[in-house]
Design a protein around this ligand. Structure first.
Ligand code: SF4
Length: 391
Protein backbone atom coordinates (compact mmCIF):
# COMPACT_ATOMS: atom_id res chain seq x y z
CA UNK A 1 0.00 0.00 0.00
CA UNK A 2 1.12 3.58 -0.55
CA UNK A 3 0.20 6.96 0.74
CA UNK A 4 -0.07 9.85 -1.73
CA UNK A 5 -0.31 13.52 -1.18
CA UNK A 6 -3.92 14.63 -1.59
CA UNK A 7 -5.68 17.98 -1.78
CA UNK A 8 -5.43 20.43 1.09
CA UNK A 9 -9.00 21.39 1.67
CA UNK A 10 -12.45 20.56 0.50
CA UNK A 11 -14.72 23.24 -0.88
CA UNK A 12 -18.41 23.40 -0.14
CA UNK A 13 -19.29 25.20 -3.42
CA UNK A 14 -21.99 27.21 -1.61
CA UNK A 15 -23.90 24.10 -0.47
CA UNK A 16 -23.50 21.94 2.58
CA UNK A 17 -21.43 19.01 1.43
CA UNK A 18 -19.91 16.03 3.17
CA UNK A 19 -16.48 17.40 3.90
CA UNK A 20 -15.23 13.83 4.12
CA UNK A 21 -16.70 13.04 0.69
CA UNK A 22 -18.05 9.74 1.95
CA UNK A 23 -14.65 8.45 3.08
CA UNK A 24 -13.40 7.56 6.53
CA UNK A 25 -12.03 10.34 8.72
CA UNK A 26 -9.49 10.58 11.54
CA UNK A 27 -12.17 11.90 13.90
CA UNK A 28 -13.86 8.47 13.75
CA UNK A 29 -10.65 6.47 14.08
CA UNK A 30 -11.31 5.06 17.56
CA UNK A 31 -14.92 4.17 16.80
CA UNK A 32 -14.07 2.64 13.41
CA UNK A 33 -11.38 0.52 15.07
CA UNK A 34 -13.95 -0.86 17.52
CA UNK A 35 -16.73 -1.38 14.96
CA UNK A 36 -15.30 -1.98 11.47
CA UNK A 37 -18.81 -1.90 9.92
CA UNK A 38 -19.61 1.55 11.34
CA UNK A 39 -18.35 3.63 8.42
CA UNK A 40 -20.40 1.85 5.76
CA UNK A 41 -23.43 1.62 8.06
CA UNK A 42 -23.55 5.43 8.29
CA UNK A 43 -23.12 6.21 4.59
CA UNK A 44 -25.86 8.54 3.33
CA UNK A 45 -27.29 9.34 6.78
CA UNK A 46 -27.24 13.10 7.45
CA UNK A 47 -25.46 14.40 10.55
CA UNK A 48 -27.29 16.27 13.30
CA UNK A 49 -25.92 19.23 15.27
CA UNK A 50 -26.15 19.80 19.00
CA UNK A 51 -26.08 23.10 20.93
CA UNK A 52 -22.81 21.98 22.57
CA UNK A 53 -21.35 21.36 19.14
CA UNK A 54 -22.44 24.84 18.05
CA UNK A 55 -20.65 26.38 21.03
CA UNK A 56 -17.51 24.36 20.26
CA UNK A 57 -17.73 25.44 16.62
CA UNK A 58 -17.90 29.12 17.65
CA UNK A 59 -14.73 28.74 19.76
CA UNK A 60 -12.94 26.85 16.97
CA UNK A 61 -13.91 29.57 14.50
CA UNK A 62 -12.53 32.27 16.79
CA UNK A 63 -9.31 30.30 17.26
CA UNK A 64 -9.01 30.13 13.49
CA UNK A 65 -9.85 33.73 12.63
CA UNK A 66 -8.74 35.53 15.80
CA UNK A 67 -12.16 37.26 15.94
CA UNK A 68 -13.57 36.72 19.43
CA UNK A 69 -16.31 39.36 19.17
CA UNK A 70 -19.14 36.79 18.83
CA UNK A 71 -18.09 34.67 21.82
CA UNK A 72 -19.80 34.66 25.20
CA UNK A 73 -17.60 35.41 28.23
CA UNK A 74 -17.46 31.69 29.03
CA UNK A 75 -16.49 30.77 25.47
CA UNK A 76 -13.90 33.55 25.50
CA UNK A 77 -12.28 32.06 28.63
CA UNK A 78 -11.97 28.69 26.91
CA UNK A 79 -10.61 30.37 23.77
CA UNK A 80 -7.96 32.33 25.71
CA UNK A 81 -6.91 29.23 27.67
CA UNK A 82 -6.53 27.26 24.41
CA UNK A 83 -4.23 30.00 23.10
CA UNK A 84 -2.12 30.08 26.28
CA UNK A 85 -1.72 26.31 26.40
CA UNK A 86 -0.95 26.22 22.68
CA UNK A 87 1.93 28.67 23.13
CA UNK A 88 3.38 26.50 25.89
CA UNK A 89 3.13 23.36 23.75
CA UNK A 90 4.67 25.05 20.70
CA UNK A 91 7.57 26.32 22.82
CA UNK A 92 8.08 22.84 24.28
CA UNK A 93 8.22 21.24 20.81
CA UNK A 94 10.12 23.87 18.79
CA UNK A 95 12.08 25.72 21.46
CA UNK A 96 13.02 29.21 20.31
CA UNK A 97 13.06 28.44 16.57
CA UNK A 98 12.26 31.69 14.77
CA UNK A 99 10.45 30.37 11.72
CA UNK A 100 7.55 28.04 12.37
CA UNK A 101 4.79 27.88 9.75
CA UNK A 102 1.19 27.61 11.00
CA UNK A 103 -1.73 25.93 9.21
CA UNK A 104 -5.16 26.24 10.81
CA UNK A 105 -8.16 23.98 10.18
CA UNK A 106 -6.65 22.29 7.18
CA UNK A 107 -7.96 18.91 6.07
CA UNK A 108 -5.24 16.48 5.08
CA UNK A 109 -6.01 13.73 2.59
CA UNK A 110 -4.32 10.54 1.58
CA UNK A 111 -5.00 7.89 -1.01
CA UNK A 112 -4.50 4.26 -0.12
CA UNK A 113 -3.72 1.93 -2.98
CA UNK A 114 -3.30 -1.83 -2.68
CA UNK A 115 -2.48 -3.97 -5.74
CA UNK A 116 -5.69 -5.09 -7.48
CA UNK A 117 -7.91 -3.08 -5.10
CA UNK A 118 -9.84 0.15 -5.71
CA UNK A 119 -8.07 3.28 -4.44
CA UNK A 120 -9.40 4.40 -1.06
CA UNK A 121 -9.23 7.86 0.45
CA UNK A 122 -8.95 8.93 4.06
CA UNK A 123 -8.70 12.36 5.64
CA UNK A 124 -8.41 14.22 8.90
CA UNK A 125 -8.74 17.84 9.86
CA UNK A 126 -6.20 19.23 12.28
CA UNK A 127 -7.24 22.27 14.29
CA UNK A 128 -3.73 23.58 13.90
CA UNK A 129 -0.46 22.27 12.55
CA UNK A 130 2.91 23.90 13.14
CA UNK A 131 5.91 22.97 11.00
CA UNK A 132 9.54 23.87 11.05
CA UNK A 133 12.00 21.92 8.88
CA UNK A 134 11.49 18.20 9.38
CA UNK A 135 9.42 18.57 12.54
CA UNK A 136 5.66 19.13 12.77
CA UNK A 137 3.14 19.49 15.60
CA UNK A 138 -0.56 18.60 15.20
CA UNK A 139 -2.96 20.00 17.78
CA UNK A 140 -6.58 19.15 18.44
CA UNK A 141 -8.67 21.47 20.59
CA UNK A 142 -11.39 19.97 22.77
CA UNK A 143 -13.47 22.83 24.09
CA UNK A 144 -15.82 20.83 26.30
CA UNK A 145 -15.29 18.75 29.38
CA UNK A 146 -15.44 15.00 28.99
CA UNK A 147 -13.11 12.09 28.71
CA UNK A 148 -10.68 12.10 25.86
CA UNK A 149 -7.81 9.66 25.60
CA UNK A 150 -4.38 11.21 26.10
CA UNK A 151 -2.49 11.89 22.91
CA UNK A 152 -0.24 8.78 23.09
CA UNK A 153 -3.29 6.53 22.88
CA UNK A 154 -5.56 8.81 20.89
CA UNK A 155 -6.19 7.22 17.49
CA UNK A 156 -7.48 10.44 15.95
CA UNK A 157 -4.15 12.16 16.62
CA UNK A 158 -2.24 9.10 15.48
CA UNK A 159 -4.10 9.28 12.16
CA UNK A 160 -3.40 13.01 11.94
CA UNK A 161 0.30 12.42 12.56
CA UNK A 162 0.37 10.02 9.58
CA UNK A 163 -1.62 12.39 7.37
CA UNK A 164 0.63 15.35 8.23
CA UNK A 165 3.71 13.24 7.56
CA UNK A 166 2.27 12.13 4.19
CA UNK A 167 1.45 15.72 3.23
CA UNK A 168 4.69 17.44 4.19
CA UNK A 169 6.98 14.90 2.63
CA UNK A 170 10.15 16.21 4.31
CA UNK A 171 8.67 15.82 7.79
CA UNK A 172 10.19 12.98 9.80
CA UNK A 173 8.90 13.74 13.31
CA UNK A 174 5.34 14.65 14.26
CA UNK A 175 4.33 15.70 17.76
CA UNK A 176 0.67 15.59 18.77
CA UNK A 177 -1.24 17.16 21.63
CA UNK A 178 -4.82 17.58 22.77
CA UNK A 179 -5.61 20.99 24.19
CA UNK A 180 -8.58 20.68 26.54
CA UNK A 181 -8.49 23.56 29.02
CA UNK A 182 -11.51 22.37 30.98
CA UNK A 183 -9.52 19.23 31.86
CA UNK A 184 -5.83 20.23 32.02
CA UNK A 185 -3.52 23.14 31.27
CA UNK A 186 -0.53 20.79 30.96
CA UNK A 187 -1.35 18.40 28.11
CA UNK A 188 0.83 15.45 27.30
CA UNK A 189 2.79 15.79 24.06
CA UNK A 190 3.42 12.60 22.10
CA UNK A 191 6.31 12.56 19.62
CA UNK A 192 6.15 10.16 16.66
CA UNK A 193 9.55 9.44 15.17
CA UNK A 194 9.94 8.18 11.59
CA UNK A 195 9.77 4.50 12.58
CA UNK A 196 6.70 5.09 14.80
CA UNK A 197 5.00 6.82 11.88
CA UNK A 198 5.67 3.84 9.59
CA UNK A 199 4.04 1.47 12.08
CA UNK A 200 1.11 3.85 12.65
CA UNK A 201 0.65 4.32 8.89
CA UNK A 202 0.41 0.56 8.31
CA UNK A 203 -2.23 0.30 11.05
CA UNK A 204 -4.23 3.21 9.63
CA UNK A 205 -4.21 1.63 6.16
CA UNK A 206 -5.37 -1.69 7.54
CA UNK A 207 -8.20 -0.11 9.54
CA UNK A 208 -9.36 2.08 6.64
CA UNK A 209 -9.33 -0.89 4.25
CA UNK A 210 -11.39 -2.92 6.73
CA UNK A 211 -13.88 -0.06 7.23
CA UNK A 212 -14.41 0.11 3.47
CA UNK A 213 -14.89 -3.61 2.96
CA UNK A 214 -18.45 -4.77 2.29
CA UNK A 215 -18.24 -7.59 4.84
CA UNK A 216 -16.78 -5.55 7.71
CA UNK A 217 -18.48 -6.82 10.87
CA UNK A 218 -20.45 -4.53 13.17
CA UNK A 219 -19.49 -4.71 16.82
CA UNK A 220 -21.65 -2.71 19.19
CA UNK A 221 -20.29 -0.98 22.26
CA UNK A 222 -20.55 2.21 24.25
CA UNK A 223 -17.89 4.34 22.57
CA UNK A 224 -18.49 3.36 18.95
CA UNK A 225 -22.29 3.43 19.12
CA UNK A 226 -22.61 6.67 21.09
CA UNK A 227 -22.48 9.00 18.10
CA UNK A 228 -23.17 6.44 15.36
CA UNK A 229 -25.82 7.74 12.97
CA UNK A 230 -26.91 4.20 12.06
CA UNK A 231 -28.21 3.20 15.52
CA UNK A 232 -31.88 3.00 14.58
CA UNK A 233 -31.10 0.82 11.55
CA UNK A 234 -28.55 -1.43 13.24
CA UNK A 235 -29.58 -4.91 14.51
CA UNK A 236 -26.23 -5.32 16.32
CA UNK A 237 -26.86 -2.13 18.28
CA UNK A 238 -30.33 -3.11 19.45
CA UNK A 239 -29.18 -6.64 20.33
CA UNK A 240 -26.45 -5.08 22.50
CA UNK A 241 -28.89 -2.66 24.14
CA UNK A 242 -31.51 -5.40 24.57
CA UNK A 243 -29.05 -7.59 26.43
CA UNK A 244 -28.72 -4.84 29.07
CA UNK A 245 -32.39 -3.93 29.50
CA UNK A 246 -34.19 -5.73 32.31
CA UNK A 247 -37.52 -6.79 30.82
CA UNK A 248 -39.19 -8.80 33.55
CA UNK A 249 -40.89 -12.19 33.24
CA UNK A 250 -41.41 -11.95 29.48
CA UNK A 251 -37.67 -11.52 29.02
CA UNK A 252 -36.86 -14.47 26.72
CA UNK A 253 -39.81 -13.64 24.44
CA UNK A 254 -39.01 -9.93 24.26
CA UNK A 255 -35.33 -10.47 23.74
CA UNK A 256 -35.91 -12.98 21.00
CA UNK A 257 -38.81 -11.21 19.28
CA UNK A 258 -37.79 -7.58 19.58
CA UNK A 259 -34.14 -7.09 20.34
CA UNK A 260 -32.93 -9.07 17.36
CA UNK A 261 -34.41 -6.56 14.92
CA UNK A 262 -33.19 -3.02 14.14
CA UNK A 263 -35.47 -0.31 15.61
CA UNK A 264 -36.55 0.94 12.20
CA UNK A 265 -37.74 -2.56 11.28
CA UNK A 266 -39.95 -3.10 14.35
CA UNK A 267 -43.60 -3.94 13.65
CA UNK A 268 -46.31 -1.90 15.45
CA UNK A 269 -46.77 -4.67 18.01
CA UNK A 270 -43.02 -4.88 18.64
CA UNK A 271 -42.98 -1.11 19.26
CA UNK A 272 -45.81 -1.51 21.77
CA UNK A 273 -43.94 -4.30 23.58
CA UNK A 274 -40.83 -2.12 23.90
CA UNK A 275 -42.88 0.88 25.08
CA UNK A 276 -44.43 -1.30 27.79
CA UNK A 277 -41.05 -2.29 29.26
CA UNK A 278 -39.38 1.13 29.11
CA UNK A 279 -40.70 2.55 32.35
CA UNK A 280 -40.06 -0.52 34.56
CA UNK A 281 -36.69 -1.04 32.89
CA UNK A 282 -35.66 2.58 33.56
CA UNK A 283 -36.82 2.21 37.17
CA UNK A 284 -34.85 -1.00 37.61
CA UNK A 285 -31.73 0.61 36.14
CA UNK A 286 -32.15 3.63 38.44
CA UNK A 287 -32.41 1.30 41.42
CA UNK A 288 -29.24 -0.49 40.35
CA UNK A 289 -27.47 2.87 39.92
CA UNK A 290 -28.59 4.05 43.37
CA UNK A 291 -27.43 0.77 44.92
CA UNK A 292 -23.97 1.07 43.36
CA UNK A 293 -23.63 4.77 44.24
CA UNK A 294 -24.67 4.12 47.78
CA UNK A 295 -22.16 1.26 48.05
CA UNK A 296 -19.35 3.42 46.64
CA UNK A 297 -20.13 6.19 49.08
CA UNK A 298 -19.63 3.80 51.96
CA UNK A 299 -16.75 1.84 50.47
CA UNK A 300 -14.63 3.19 47.57
CA UNK A 301 -13.68 -0.39 46.58
CA UNK A 302 -17.32 -1.48 46.32
CA UNK A 303 -17.30 -1.49 42.48
CA UNK A 304 -13.78 -2.37 41.24
CA UNK A 305 -12.61 0.04 38.54
CA UNK A 306 -15.34 2.60 39.29
CA UNK A 307 -15.55 5.64 41.55
CA UNK A 308 -17.93 8.50 42.27
CA UNK A 309 -17.26 11.74 40.46
CA UNK A 310 -17.59 15.00 42.34
CA UNK A 311 -21.11 16.37 42.17
CA UNK A 312 -21.69 19.32 39.86
CA UNK A 313 -21.74 22.51 41.85
CA UNK A 314 -24.32 25.13 40.96
CA UNK A 315 -24.50 28.57 42.51
CA UNK A 316 -27.37 30.99 42.83
CA UNK A 317 -27.31 34.59 44.03
CA UNK A 318 -29.57 34.72 47.07
CA UNK A 319 -29.58 38.51 47.57
CA UNK A 320 -30.32 40.25 44.25
CA UNK A 321 -30.57 43.67 45.93
CA UNK A 322 -27.05 43.44 47.40
CA UNK A 323 -25.79 42.23 44.05
CA UNK A 324 -27.41 45.18 42.25
CA UNK A 325 -25.95 47.64 44.74
CA UNK A 326 -22.48 46.28 44.10
CA UNK A 327 -23.08 46.23 40.32
CA UNK A 328 -24.22 49.83 40.52
CA UNK A 329 -21.16 50.78 42.57
CA UNK A 330 -18.86 49.64 39.74
CA UNK A 331 -20.85 51.71 37.20
CA UNK A 332 -23.46 49.10 36.11
CA UNK A 333 -26.85 50.39 34.93
CA UNK A 334 -30.27 49.01 35.87
CA UNK A 335 -31.23 47.78 32.34
CA UNK A 336 -27.99 45.79 32.10
CA UNK A 337 -28.59 44.26 35.52
CA UNK A 338 -32.22 43.43 34.72
CA UNK A 339 -31.06 41.58 31.60
CA UNK A 340 -29.37 39.07 33.92
CA UNK A 341 -32.43 38.51 36.12
CA UNK A 342 -35.18 35.95 35.54
CA UNK A 343 -38.48 36.02 37.44
CA UNK A 344 -40.20 32.74 38.35
CA UNK A 345 -44.01 32.79 38.05
CA UNK A 346 -44.61 30.72 41.19
CA UNK A 347 -42.68 33.10 43.42
CA UNK A 348 -44.15 36.14 41.68
CA UNK A 349 -47.65 34.75 42.32
CA UNK A 350 -46.79 34.47 45.99
CA UNK A 351 -45.54 38.08 45.99
CA UNK A 352 -48.72 39.34 44.28
CA UNK A 353 -50.81 37.52 46.88
CA UNK A 354 -48.78 39.16 49.67
CA UNK A 355 -49.48 42.58 48.16
CA UNK A 356 -53.17 42.24 47.16
CA UNK A 357 -54.35 39.43 49.44
CA UNK A 358 -56.13 37.91 46.40
CA UNK A 359 -56.54 34.16 46.01
CA UNK A 360 -57.92 31.73 43.42
CA UNK A 361 -59.19 33.07 40.09
CA UNK A 362 -58.76 36.71 41.14
CA UNK A 363 -55.07 36.10 41.90
CA UNK A 364 -54.65 34.24 38.57
CA UNK A 365 -56.22 37.16 36.74
CA UNK A 366 -53.96 39.69 38.49
CA UNK A 367 -50.93 37.62 37.64
CA UNK A 368 -52.04 37.32 33.99
CA UNK A 369 -52.43 41.09 33.69
CA UNK A 370 -49.06 41.63 35.32
CA UNK A 371 -47.22 39.30 32.94
CA UNK A 372 -49.20 39.84 29.73
CA UNK A 373 -46.95 39.99 26.66
CA UNK A 374 -43.72 39.54 28.62
CA UNK A 375 -43.60 35.77 29.11
CA UNK A 376 -41.50 33.35 27.08
CA UNK A 377 -43.00 29.89 27.16
CA UNK A 378 -41.42 26.58 26.24
CA UNK A 379 -42.83 23.09 26.17
CA UNK A 380 -40.68 20.15 27.15
CA UNK A 381 -40.58 17.16 24.82
CA UNK A 382 -43.66 14.93 25.17
CA UNK A 383 -43.55 11.86 27.40
CA UNK A 384 -44.45 8.37 26.29
CA UNK A 385 -47.76 7.46 27.94
CA UNK A 386 -50.09 4.53 27.49
CA UNK A 387 -53.21 5.50 25.54
CA UNK A 388 -56.51 4.99 27.39
CA UNK A 389 -58.37 1.93 26.19
CA UNK A 390 -61.75 2.65 24.59
CA UNK A 391 -64.70 1.20 26.48
S1 SF4 B 1 -24.76 1.32 15.86
FE1 SF4 B 1 -22.94 0.49 16.84
S2 SF4 B 1 -22.80 -1.62 16.08
FE2 SF4 B 1 -24.18 -0.52 14.70
S3 SF4 B 1 -22.87 0.20 13.07
FE3 SF4 B 1 -23.03 1.84 14.57
S4 SF4 B 1 -21.25 1.54 15.87
FE4 SF4 B 1 -21.53 -0.36 14.76
Amino acid sequence: MAIHRGEDQESGGGMTTDIRRGWTSASNAASDALCPGRHRAQLGIPETRSADADSGRAIHEALKTGDTSKLTVEQRDVHDSCKDIEQKVVAAVFGDKASVAVFREQRYWCKIAAPGQPVLEHSGQADVVYRSGTKALAIDYKTLQGDVEDSPTNLQLRDLACLVKGHYVVVGQVATAIIQPLVTHSPEVCMYETDDLKIAEAEVFQRVAFSNSADAPRRAGELQCKFCLAKSKCPQYIAWVGAMIPTGPQEPVIKELVFQTAMESWSPSQRAIVASVLSPAAKALDEIKDFLKDGLQKDPSFVPGWSLSEGRKTEKINDPQACFDRFSAIGGKLPDFMATVSVGKTKLKEAVHNVTGSVGKKLDSELSKLTEGIVDSATSSPSLVKAKEEK
